[in-house]
Every structure is written in C-alpha cells, then in structure tokens.
Design a protein around this ligand. Structure first.
Ligand code: S3P
Length: 452
C-alpha cells in the first residue's frame, strides 16, 4: 500500500441488536508461518483457511521470490517448498507493506543465509524498531549492511558464510523476536537456544515441530522457557487448516457485548491459551461469552463463541496477561468505555511500538468521543459509562493501524452519535472481510469516498 494513497474514511452509527453467525478469517500469525514454513519445507504443503490479508500475501510473495512455488487451487493454497537451507537470493527488495510479523520473521529466516536481502515497508513499518531482531542476528554473524537511523527499515542484510549458534534471552515479551531467532537457527549448524522469561504465542515452536524440525522446549522451575532448535535438519511439507483469528474475533465479539440485545455466534475461533486473554478479561468484566463445540483441530484448540450483550463492570487487567492479548487492547478499551467503573490496564509498553503508538492512539480516540481515560507511560485507565449514554461523535486518527480503525468503528455501533475513522484502508491488512461480516450481523457502517 502506498504511503500516499488517499484516505478512505468510514463511519459507524448506533445499530440495532446484532444477530447471526459469523466466521472470522484465518489466524494471522499461523497464516504467515504457514506460508513461510511451507515455502521452506521440502515437498508439498497444503493450506486451507489461510488469511488472505495484505500482510500475509506479502509473506507469500517473499517466499516466492526465494524459490517457493505457491498457487491457489479452489480453496487450498498449495506450496512446493525449496527445502531447508535452499532459499535463493531474491532479485528485488522485499516490500512488506504494513507487516511487522512478516518482515521480522523473514529477517530471521534469511539472516543466516550467505546472501544479501533488502527490506522496505510503508510509513508505519518504517518507524518500527528492528534492532530487537537485528541484535541477535548480529550475534549469529549477520551483517546489517545498511539501515535507516535507529536500525529501522529500509535495511539490507548480508548473511555470514556459516552462522554461529547462540543462546539468546529475549529482552521483551515478543513472539516475533523469539521466532526470528529460531528461524535463523534453522540454517545454523548446532543448537540455537532461545530463553523466554515471559511466554508469548507459541505457534512457531508448535508448527516447526509439525514440519519435522528438531525443536524442544523445557520450562524451568522459575517458569522460564528454554527453546532449543537443532539447525540444518529436514523440514517436510504439511497439511494445515488455519483456525479463525481470535484477534479478529475480538471486534464482532466486543460489538455484540456493547450493542444492546445482541446475540451472535463466532465460529471456529483459535483458543490457544497464549491468545485468549481478551476472552478471559471480558468474562471477568461480566460478559456473556459461551464456548461451544470445543474441539481440537490441527493441533490447536478451537471453539465457537456465543456472545450476548452484557452489562460490564471495570476490572484491573494484570500486566502478566498482556502477551496473551497484546493486539486486543484497543478493542478492550472500547469495551471498558461501556463498563460501570474503572478498567485499569498495565504492562502496555509494547503497545507503543505496534503499527502505531497504540496507547496514544487509543487514548486520543477515546477522548475524541467523550470517554474519560488516563494514559500512563505503560498503562491506560478507562472510566466507563454503562451502555446507551456514551456520546461518540468524534473523528479518530488511525495512523495506518488496522486495529485502531476496527476498534473505533465498533465503538460507534453503540454511541449516541456516529464515530468516524479517518482511514479504513488498512483493515485489509488483517481482516479484509470486516465490513461485510459486521454488516451481515446488522452493524451500520458506511464507507465514504476516498479523500485525497
Ligand atoms: C505476532 C506477535 C506479536 C503480535 C503480532 C503477531 C506474531 O508481536 O503483536 O500481531 O505472529 O508473532 P510482538 O512479537 O511484537 O509482540
């Protein structure tokens, strides 16, 4: 997406009760990894339920540029991978658009190859810190040939002849950093170890094991995880059914809770415990969320969620829960605006370096709509007002951030006056079906003509 694309505003207005069943698109984290590991593994990988959002498709393009064959036949993505250790030098820079996960994981994947790769992205991605991935890669022998100030994109990597295995303690709770080091370890002789003091989403570990990598996790007496991967092994293509994205499900879920009279079912949602912090928190707030048809699919827990509108009360969200709901704080803040009393969210420092400074963007958006909130260095306190009395009427700046756009459109479904977001175009990076899915449930959201 060009940085100069015209903005496409959208407006959400007070809606009648939401009803019906919805199926959210495939999980973004698993979709990125399916393209990557499928592109790398020897033989055929077949993927159904893939999220066809812009971010994930860019990861697919990157894998193609390094020799993988990827095609879609009917509903199935079919990949012929290169084989571990056999990626080719791409002819052009990788353009990762808005995608933090795609770019950071790919840096790890290619960083130990004896080749040069260049990474570019949009204005949002170019502001995001990449040192968190480049630092461990440097320890493994990767040279950062060029980078914008502060180790930002655009940047160029040159891999070593033979990479050195490391033991790396991840300094912040980040699945992207953990994954980048493990992926670098795939093309490194010997054992690369990631030490993870705070558990983050474990899709990389689980999926790599499924593809046949020699990877083991041990949790010590202090709860610290030690993940060891033996490099240069064989990966073999797999069949993957991607479950629905709990982060995307968060939007219709909160919408149904705050729009009076709503009763919806969201089908096939990933229930991996590293991803369910929002559901737990909303249940603590008094939300009616019923887990139905709980089952295991492709090594992951999934369930259908029946969600009914509910009276909420404010809660304290403990900081240690942040990794399991890191992308859900914008929409949780919207729910908190409708709760009786105060909701305090802490441990939010990572929100400052997402697609936007999400802490600042959420606080500004709430204030623009008359919600009483206080932004701290790494915390947010929202003093809610029970449903029906929220003013709304504001215009929210989305700063090229899909989750800010979707969260505030959800807010507008239950406020007295409509809520406008300045740009909804970025929603396509993670949830291209958002508008249609919400409208089918009864949400009143209008998109305006693009404004230059
Ligand atoms: C992701 C990890 C998280 C999350 C992102 C997806 C992943 O980022 O916010 O949307 O797929 O590994 P961090 O690793 O920066 O916490």
């Amino acid at each position: 997406m060009s940085d100069y694309a015209p903005q496409q505003p959208a407006t959400a207005r007070k809606s009648p009760a939401l009803k019906g069943r919805a199926r959210v698109p495939g999980d973004k984290s698993i979709s990125h990894r399916s393209f990557m590991f499928g592109g790398l593994a020897a033989g055929e990988t077949r993927i159904t339920g893939l999220l066809e959002g812009e971010d994930v498709l860019r990861t697919g393009e990157a894998m193609k540029a390094m020799g993988a064959h990827i095609e879609k036949v009917g509903d199935t993505w079919i990949i012929q991978g290169t084989g571990n250790g056999a990626l080719l030098q791409p002819e052009a820079p990788f353009d990762f658009g808005n995608a933090g996960t795609g770019s950071r994981l790919t840096m790890g994947l290619v960083g130990t190859y004896d080749m040069e790769t260049t990474f570019i992205g949009d204005a949002s991605l170019s502001k995001r810190p990449m040192a968190r991935v480049l630092d461990p890669l440097r320890l493994m022998g990767t040279q950062v040939v060029k980078a914008a100030p502060g180790d930002r994109m655009p940047l160029t990597l040159r891999g070593p002849g033979v990479a050195a295995p490391i033991t790396y303690r991840v300094p912040m709770p980040s699945a992207q950093v953990k994954s980048a080091v493990l992926l670098a370890g795939l093309n490194t002789p010997g054992v690369t170890t990631v030490v993870e003091p705070v558990m983050t989403r474990d899709h990389t570990e689980k999926m790599l094991k499924g593809f046949g990598a020699s990877i083991e996790t041990e949790t010590d007496k202090d709860g610290v995880r030690h993940i060891r991967i033996e490099g240069q092994g064989r990966l073999t293509g797999q069949t993957i059914a991607v479950p629905g994205d709990p982060s995307s499900a968060g939007f219709p879920l909160v919408a149904a809770i705050i729009v009076p009279g709503s009763d919806i079912v969201i089908e096939n949602v990933l229930m991996n415990p590293t991803r369910t912090g929002l559901i737990l928190t909303l249940q603590e707030m008094g939300a009616s969320i019923e887990l139905m048809n709980q089952r295991s699919a492709g090594g992951e827990d999934v369930a259908d969620l029946r969600v009914r509108s509910s009276d909420l009360k404010g809660v304290n969200v403990p900081p240690e829960r942040a990794p399991s709901m890191i992308d859900e704080y914008p929409v949780l803040a919207v729910a908190a605006a409708f709760a009786e009393g105060e909701t305090i969210m802490e441990g939010l420092e990572e929100l400052r370096v997402k697609e936007s400074d999400r802490l600042a963007a959420v606080a500004a958006g709430l204030k623009a709509n008359g919600v009483d909130c206080a932004e701290g260095e790494a915390s947010l306190a929202v003093r809610g007002r029970p449903s029906g009395k929220m003013l709304g009427g504001g215009t929210v700046e989305t700063h090229l951030d899909h989750r800010i756009a979707m969260a505030f459109l959800v807010l507008g479904l239950a406020t007295e006056r409509p809520v406008t977001v300045d740009d909804q175009a970025m929603i396509a990076t993670s949830f291209p079906e958002f508008m249609g899915l919400m409208r089918d449930l009864g949400a009143e959201i209008e998109t305006a003509e693009a404004v230059a």
